[in-house]
Design a binder for this molecule. Structure first.
Ligand SMILES: Nc1nc2c(ncn2[C@@H]2O[C@H](COP(=O)(O)OP(=O)(O)OP(=O)(O)O)[C@@H](O)[C@H]2O)c(=O)[nH]1
Ligand SMILES: [Mg+2]
Length: 305
């Protein structure tokens, strides 16, 4: 943030909100062109507000991806919803993401109620996502529009399959920014530490491979990250997968360690693609009883606000 730059630059915060599983994190990743946030076909993938930063020479957009607003059942869920509410304080615009494949449901109405309460000066863009898979996109978009009177503009797009439409949205957001200094250095894409980023991609892999309730009872912590001394050697990452019960530990390990190997393989591939380096990933599984209700455990995982 240089003095000289602050006179001519524009910058602002854009919150990405919506119910679980509508494609908020996919939108963030497409907006940035890098994988900052985890994505899975399961709801409640995102647990904490992640900032993704897009900068040009003179303009900086700071996107805040949020967990899906939902009816919380535990302390973790309450934390996630607090993250959503915190993300709309002092923002310059909101992207309200909805799923065009379906008409609005009760969780969409909860989001609309929350957005009805924010300052009328903050523009709200309704983003009808999953256009590629929607049968009645125009009808669905109209129904979402009816939920909130202060929508500035509505878009229909596919965050997953149509990056050009997402870039057009990004270009429009760039023009809205108020004058102000950059919040982050120009080359930074996310406010996460590399350890937290890796932990999220490992959790993504675990969520993809595990079934039923297990994806929601898993947390991941990176315990060690060692850069190689020789260029030809891999980066060493040691991570711990948290589960709530010892029988869950057995499931995560799988028969003969098969499941943990699969989780590790998928995660390692993702990490290698985005780091551009070879990785040696070591995974351990630890039982932390009822961690989703334990304030200390939540704090240790960074789930505190
Ligand atoms: N067909 C289609 N699927 C999409 C699109 N965008 C996202 N998805 C899929 O929707 C699922 C959920 O995507 P996420 O980006 O994780 O959704 P989210 O809103 O961040 O979910 P939470 O973090 O759980 O609230 C994934 O399987 C994505 O691949 C899209 O434009 N079209
Ligand atoms: Mg998400």
């Amino acid at each position: 943030m240089s003095e000289q730059r602050s006179e001519t630059t524009h910058s602002g915060f854009i919150a990405i909100l919506g119910k679980p599983n509508v494609g908020k994190s996919t939108l963030l990743n497409t907006l940035l062109g890098v994988k900052v946030a985890p994505i899975t076909p399961k709801p409640q993938t995102t647990r904490r507000g992640v900032r993704g930063i897009y900068s040009t020479e003179e303009r900086q957009l700071v996107f805040v991806d949020t967990p899906g607003l939902h009816r919380a059942k535990d302390a973790l869920g309450n934390y996630m919803n607090r993250e959503v509410r915190g993300a709309i304080i002092d923002v310059d615009a909101v992207l309200w993401v909805v799923d065009l494949r379906r008409p609005p449901g009760s969780e969409d109405k909860d989001v609309a109620r929350l957005l009805a309460g924010i300052s009328p000066e903050v523009p709200i863009f309704l983003i009808g996502n999953k256009l590629d898979a929607a049968k009645y996109p125009d009808e669905a978009l109209a129904l979402y529009r009816e939920l909130l009177h202060n929508i500035s503009k509505a878009y229909s797009l596919s965050a997953l399959n149509d990056p050009e439409a997402v870039y057009a949205l990004r270009d429009e957001l760039l023009t809205l920014l108020p004058e102000g200094p950059f919040f982050f250095p120009q080359n930074i894409r996310s406010d996460q530490s590399r350890e937290d980023w890796a932990a999220e991609l490992i959790r993504e892999s675990a969520m993809m491979h595990l079934r039923e309730e297990l994806p929601y009872t898993v947390a991941v912590q990176v315990l060690e990250w060692r850069d190689p001394e020789a260029e030809s050697s891999p980066v060493y990452i040691l991570a711990e997968i948290w589960v709530e019960r010892s029988n869950h530990r057995m499931i995560v390990l799988g028969k003969g360690g098969k499941m943990i190997k699969e989780i590790g393989r998928t995660a390692r591939k993702q990490l290698e693609i985005f780091l551009g380096q070879r990785i040696y990933l070591e995974l351990e599984v630890a039982v932390h009883k009822a961690w989703r209700e334990d304030p200390e455990a939540l704090r240790e995982l960074g789930y505190e606000s």
